[in-house]
Design a protein around this ligand. Structure first.
Ligand code: NAD
Ligand code: TYD
Length: 359
């Protein structure tokens, strides 16, 4: 690996992955962040990396993965040998309200990347296309059992259907054309730089602003939570040691009901930033803000990953336990006020168009 193209590197997991690869691994080559900068793309999330390594080991290309000319020229210009494909529309609620962008980016965009990679690499040795996917492709579990790599696909939201479709295309490009691919299906991530539309950051920021904490349905839906850095190290392990053509499940082995998560966020906040000292709370406790709301349509009940394969085959394991990593995450949101403020007032987008020309 010399030149890694990271698609969606201005998003939550992609930005964490770029920082992990450049600062925490022995990789000495170049990382090219290819991102369209949708509402979820935020160059503030890689600003530190750009300041330290920009133009030397880190490069940014503002472009759409559906744009085959731009994808092809980027592969060529940077002599890309490895693609790590994070770029996607990623939020289930948005996919319910407007599925079109999900079909375009997640299906057509992945198809475009595959087509361009095949054409550019032409069977070159050492090349790799790693596709980052989700456990949601497997559907919804009852109270028992786990998702295995062999579990049949049963996606149920426009988001998970579009990701399932992209997974099938990636496999098809391997089986039909010999493209060297790997795939990972990961459970729910949390950590720094997550856009506050997803459960954990939304609850943290709403609580601090004294706003309602909306819990869908009865709050008993279960997700398997993984700290984002553990996801990054898992993807890195797959790039280094994963077998071509294989799929690896990645999970936190940490099942929690949504209501438990929201209550834990409230109790950590009480310690780190007490409601009694927060004028937005007007004498309330954070937990007083919990509000049960109408359920998400088609809300999957339970996700739980079996990740024995990556543990046994590649020697990966989680390094972070839930309570301390959640506390770390909450502290990050408390101490990164300007990142949060720029999102709240929308200036993270204005700043980009005015001052960032890209490299
Ligand atoms: P995110 O929404 O935070 O970031 C997505 C990034 O992709 C943004 O920077 C956005 O600008 C970019 N993007 C969107 N459309 C694009 C396009 N057409 N061309 C180029 N760039 C585009 O997402 P995330 O939470 O970081 O998720 C990253 C990947 O991981 C996704 O593929 C998602 O399906 C998968 N995943 C996420 C989770 C999770 O819990 N967040 C769990 C498992 C898998
Ligand atoms: P989310 O973070 O949107 O991830 P996903 O839907 O991909 O699992 O949601 C996590 C869980 O939290 C999911 O069961 C829906 C629930 N949820 C709420 O109860 N309230 C909210 O405001 C949000 C955003 C999610």
């Amino acid at each position: 690996m010399k030149n890694i193209l990271v698609t969606g590197g201005a998003g939550f997991i992609g930005s964490n992955f770029i920082r992990y690869v450049i600062e925490e691994t022995s990789f000495k080559g170049r990382v090219i962040n290819y991102d369209k900068l949708t509402y979820a793309g935020n160059l503030n999330s890689v600003r530190d990396i750009d300041e330290k390594y920009g133009g030397k080991r880190y490069f940014f290309v503002k472009a759409d993965i559906c744009d085959s000319k731009k994808v092809s020229s980027t592969l060529q210009n940077f002599k890309i040998d490895t693609i790590v494909h994070f770029a996607a529309e990623s939020h289930v609620d948005r996919s319910i309200l407007g599925p079109e962008e999900f079909i375009k980016t997640n299906i057509n965009g992945t198809f475009t990347l595959l087509k361009c990679a095949l054409n550019f690499w032409k069977g070159a040795k050492g090349a790799r296309f790693h596709h980052v996917s989700t456990d949601e492709v497997y559907g919804s579990l009852g109270p028992r059992g786990y998702f295995y790599e062999t579990t049949p696909y049963d996606p149920r939201s426009p988001y998970s259907s579009s990701k399932a479709s992209s997974d099938h295309l990636v496999r098809a490009y391997h089986h039909t054309y010999g493209l060297p691919v790997t795939i990972s299906n990961c459970s729910n991530n949390y950590g720094p730089y997550q856009f506050p539309e997803k459960l954990i950051p939304l609850m943290i920021l709403n609580a601090l602003d004294g706003k309602p904490l909306p819990v869908y349905g009865d709050g008993k839906n279960v997700r398997d939570w993984l700290y984002v850095r553990d996801h990054c190290s898992a993807v890195w392990a797959i790039l280094k040691k994963g077998r071509i053509g294989e799929t690896y499940n990645i999970g936190g082995e940490c099942e929690k009901k949504n209501i438990e998560i929201v209550k834990t966020v409230c109790s950590i906040l009480e310690k780190e930033s007490p409601s009694s000292e927060n004028p937005s709370l007007k004498g309330k406790k954070y937990s007083d803000l919990i509000t049960f709301v109408k359920d998400r349509p088609g809300h999957d009940r339970r996700y739980a990953i079996n990740c024995d394969k990556i543990k046994e085959e590649l020697g990966w394991k989680q390094s972070f336990d839930f309570n301390s990593a959640l506390r770390k995450t909450i502290k990050w949101y408390l101490s990164n006020e300007s990142w949060v403020k720029d999102i709240k007032d929308g200036s993270y987008r204005k700043w980009l168009s005015k001052n960032y020309s890209g490299r």
